[in-house]
Design a protein around this ligand. Structure first.
Ligand code: CDP
Length: 256
């Protein structure tokens, strides 16, 4: 990242290595409520990324010295499975994952109504099962759905999405080769309803004009990803409603 490389990332038709147009996302699938034991959960496939998010809480924060008497604390842990990358990743936290965990926690602090839960902790686990560039954005997108599935009160969902620059072209949602050989990558977390930006990072370099173009592309894409998140939650609520109906029916049968 940073230098223009000799590897051709945009072909003569203006298409990218995987055939996408500059402003095209990889395919995204979202499912809510995939884990029984967590308070909320979600599974996201985003291109070749596979990511699971689980939420516990709000629950009493432990150890107690972590407690804030005015609001809940958000503790996010982003973790890459050893088998998620091509060279086996050494298990456990490293500098990169500690930093990503911190910035994702901060992004969610902007939307979660933490003041409703003093002395509590809301724990968000992001497990990267398969990585192929853009895992922090896919992880944020999954975590937002898991938080909503857990019933954690939020001002809105949060969407993670990146744009950047490859072969002197501004592109949306960089794939692995583009991440390795591209010129810039700008991951963002966006609150779709307000357009607020709650996370913004930049790796590489681009002009101010290119940066604004990249941010516009991500804003536009965030609206689409937001709809996928809400669809996943609607499907989840339909399943819960059906399960409750069946439970009531079986209780009624027992009474008769
Ligand atoms: O995944 P994201 O783009 O948010 O973060 P990155 O640090 O820019 O990493 C880009 C990609 O590099 C990841 O998605 C992985 O595919 C790969 N990677 C890896 O192979 N081994 C690592 N220890 C970290 C990242």
């Amino acid at each position: 990242m940073g230098m223009k490389s000799d590897i051709k990332l945009i072909d003569e038709n203006g298409l990218r290595i995987d055939g996408r147009k500059p402003d095209e996302l990889r395919p995204i699938k979202i499912e809510a409520g995939v884990l029984k034991r967590a308070d909320g959960s979600a599974y996201v496939e985003w291109g070749k990324n596979k990511i699971l998010a689980a939420v516990y809480g709000p629950r009493e924060a432990h150890p107690r010295h972590l407690q804030d008497s005015t609001k809940a604390i958000i503790q996010c842990r982003y973790n890459m499975a050893p088998f998620s990358v091509s060279d086996r990743k050494r298990p456990g936290p490293d500098r990169r994952s500690v930093e990503i965990s911190k910035i994702i926690s901060e992004a969610f602090e902007s939307v979660i109504m933490t003041e409703l839960f003093p002395r509590s902790s809301i724990d968000v686990f992001i497990e990267v099962l398969q990585a192929n560039a853009g895992t922090r954005c896919a992880g944020i997108t999954a975590a937002a759905v898991a938080l909503a599935d857990a019933g954690v009160p939020m001002k809105d969902l949060v969407v993670g999405v990146a744009a950047g620059k490859v072969d002197d072209t501004v592109v949306l949602d960089l794939g692995k080769e583009e991440d390795n050989y591209g010129q810039a990558d700008v991951p963002m977390a966006i609150v779709p309803r307000t357009g607020d930006i709650v996370l913004l990072q930049m790796d590489g370099d681009m002009t101010e004009e290119e940066l604004f173009k990249a941010m516009d592309m991500s804003m536009e894409a965030a609206k689409y990803i937001y709809e996928l998140q809400k669809d996943a939650l609607r499907r989840r609520y339909a399943v819960i409603a059906q399960e409750e109906k069946e439970e009531i029916e079986s209780i009624e049968e027992g009474i008769e």
